[in-house]
Design a protein. Structure first.
Length: 318
């Protein structure tokens, strides 16, 4: 392959191995997913000088590889597995193996040519991991509290002990998250900006800082689509279906939903917007979704302008 020729790489990540495919050379190989194998792979890819490298998000298995690729001058993009699988089905490739998946990712890079996004640095990855762990423990705590309501007398003591342990761990993680944010001037300033908005507390602020680093760098439509609160059309011919939200970053959307519930009561702009939609006949759930989008847009603008929340009542006509 000529040094200046375009080259697209797809990498399928599994627990023990990495499958690599290169187009248009139709070259493929497999390596072990350990420190030595990753370093050797990075060195080989640097020699290929690819136009784009694409791999799937695989629940954290890709983290070390992505970090190694990002610290080198290689263009890398992590895509949603659903997006890659839909692309494979569109090509008529229904079979699924690690080798096939690697070629599908390489073909996705070659034909779609998505823009590489900035990769989280190690500090941001650690903050995101802590926040994700907190979300997992909160889900466990909710499940245990639900079980407690119907548990037998013999099991109640065990469940209550687990609830106390979970509450302590969540409290400890909250302290760790706050400490991480205080140690970074950039995160600390962003946290202060976000929490200046009525309805936004530490939970949503931490989630946005750790899981939406794009906040403040995208326009309102792009940030809404990224989080998954942008209404999507469902039209066909003369049929006009209901607009729905779909995709995006579900954990972020869950935190945004809870904050919007509070904001719909205590944030004057969100409260007024919510009441106006409900008065116009919109279903409450739909009105709340619109408020989620509006709150996210406000937060995006505040971070972009580095200006804290400020609300001024409009003068009423005499």
């Amino acid at each position: 392959m000529k040094p200046d020729a375009e080259c697209f790489v797809g990498i399928d990540v599994s627990k023990d191995t990495l499958d690599i495919a290169v187009l248009p050379a139709s070259e493929s190989w497999q390596t072990v997913r350990d420190e030595e194998g990753i370093q050797a792979l990075v060195a080989r890819l640097e020699q290929l000088n690819p136009t784009l490298i694409v791999l799937e998000a695989t629940g954290g298995l890709e983290t070390h590889l992505v970090t190694a690729l990002a610290t080198s001058p290689l263009p890398v993009l992590v895509v949603n597995p659903r997006q890659a699988r839909s692309f494979a089905k569109a090509l008529g490739k229904l079979a699924k193996t690690d080798s096939i998946d690697a070629y599908v990712l390489a073909e996705f890079a070659q034909k779609v040519r998505p823009e590489p996004r900035p990769i989280k640095d190690e500090q941001l990855q650690e903050l995101a991991a802590l926040n994700t762990r907190r979300q997992q423990l909160v889900a466990m705590l909710t499940a245990e509290k639900n079980r407690l309501a119907t548990a037998t007398k013999r099991l109640r003591k065990d469940i209550q002990a687990h609830i106390r342990w979970l509450e302590k761990r969540i409290k400890d993680l909250n302290a760790q998250l706050d400490q991480h944010i205080r140690q970074s001037p950039v995160w600390r300033e962003k946290d202060q900006l976000l929490q200046s908005v009525p309805g936004v507390g530490p939970v949503l602020s931490r989630t946005l800082i750790s899981q939406v680093p794009e906040l403040g760098n995208l326009n309102r439509k792009a940030i809404a689509a990224l989080v998954g609160v942008a209404p999507l059309n469902r039209d066909s011919g003369s049929l006009r279906g209901k607009r729905t939200i779909w995709g995006g970053r579900a954990p972020v959307r869950a935190s945004l939903y809870m904050a919007t519930l509070v904001a719909s009561r205590f944030n004057p702009i969100i409260k007024s917007f919510y009441e106006r939609l409900v008065a116009a006949g919109k279903p409450r759930k739909l009105a709340l979704t619109a408020c989620m989008r509006k709150l996210l847009t406000m937060l995006n603008a505040i971070v972009k302008s580095c200006t804290p929340w400020k609300f001024t009542l409009k003068p009423t006509a005499p």
